[in-house]
Design a protein around this ligand. Sequence first.
Ligand SMILES: [Zn+2]
Ligand SMILES: [Zn+2]
Length: 183
Amino acid sequence: MRKLIVSLLVIVLPVLLIKSSLAHYTLTESGKFKGANLHPYYYESTIPSTWKSYIDASFGEWNSKSSKVFLYASSSTVDSRISMGGGFSEIAVTVVYGGLKGEPHEFFRITFNEDRKFSTIGSNDYNLRTVARHEIGHALGLDHVGGIFPSSDTKAHIMYENYTGEKGLHAHDIEGLREIYGN
Ligand SMILES: [Zn+2]
Ligand SMILES: [Zn+2]
């Protein structure tokens, strides 16, 4: 009986170790944003002008974590866009385009759900900066973390699959960004 318990532990432990290390970040299939460090994005007219500085600030937080990638607001129309729209149930949706399967993507579209309520300050409704942080993570090439039994660490990631209130970038979200682009 004792022998059996020992051998079971030997099998279970490595599996747990692999799972916990995978839970810290996951990369999207396209993996990264293509090309040089600088990438412009454009606000469509559906985005309230009062939102822009908050969303820009969320971009700025990601920008500050790697010197190898920098996303900035452009006053002229470019492929990467941020807009408000409907017809989906998620809080916001990010889609990346342009890369063939397994290759870097060329631009992104972030759409905030027009049927949800966002607030720029505090934790009423959906916190705009928090949602923006999460969606920008997708635009940069990060996928969700989660799982059936997510740890408190996993839930604290900005890339956690569910909205859990206002939060910032987690050390492991930044680790994921640097895995893709470098420091
Ligand atoms: Zn973690
Ligand atoms: Zn997401």
